[in-house]
Design a protein around this ligand. Structure first.
Ligand SMILES: [Zn+2]
Ligand SMILES: [Zn+2]
Length: 127
């Protein structure tokens, strides 16, 4: 069975997930943009019951009704999103995973809020 591991930037919060992700998707919404500071967010959706935190406990911020965003209180890395709409799931940020290169997104949501220049990102000249 697959085990996925990840951590925040400083390593104080470490998580481990048994089994494959349910889904992997980009979110373009403004809330996620403000919460992360990044142009868009890529989430790995997993079942809560498959998640363990071998080290540390993420801090939680309620960013809107029914939404909890967790982060490392030592280094500030965003860790995950939990929403009432998906009560059994935790949505981890893809960049935290040890093997993020293997976690290929299959879909995107809130396309209507997408930054209009995003399509040029991978075509921009390498500086
Ligand atoms: Zn940290
Ligand atoms: Zn979002």
């Amino acid at each position: 069975m697959t085990t996925l591991k990840g951590s925040c930037q400083c390593g104080a919060v470490q998580f481990q997930i048994e089994g494959d992700p349910k889904w992997i998707a980009h979110c373009h919404c403004l809330d996620c943009r403000r919460a992360t500071g990044a142009a868009f967010s890529t989430y790995v959706g997993v079942e809560k019951e498959n998640v363990k935190f071998p080290a540390g406990t993420p801090s939680i911020y309620s960013s809107s009704k029914g939404v909890k965003r967790s982060f490392c209180s030592d280094c500030g890395s965003p860790i995950a999103y939990q929403g009432e709409r998906w009560p059994s799931e935790i949505h981890f940020f893809v960049g935290l995973f040890e093997r993020a290169e293997d976690l290929v997104p299959q879909e995107q949501v809130y396309e209507s809020e997408k930054l209009p220049w995003l399509h040029i990102v991978t075509e921009a000249p390498v500086a």
